[in-house]
Design a protein around this ligand. Structure first.
Ligand SMILES: [Zn+2]
Length: 55
């Protein structure tokens, strides 16, 4: 767990919260993007390995 700065109100909030407790701004959008991007990379990598085995 870490402390980060809210991009909307600039107050320090916990890294574990989804929404800023001071202004209500969404804080997880970047994390969600990274999870989706990581999952996509794993899927692409898995498919390339599967294609190599199939040949
Ligand atoms: Zn805030």
């Amino acid at each position: 767990m870490a402390i980060k700065k809210c991009k909307e109100c600039k107050k320090l909030v916990s890294d574990s919260v989804d929404v800023c407790p001071y202004c209500g701004a969404q804080l997880k959008s970047k994390t969600l993007f990274l999870i989706l991007f990581g999952t996509a990379l794993i899927v692409v990598y898995g498919m390339s390995v599967y294609m190599n085995i199939g040949q």
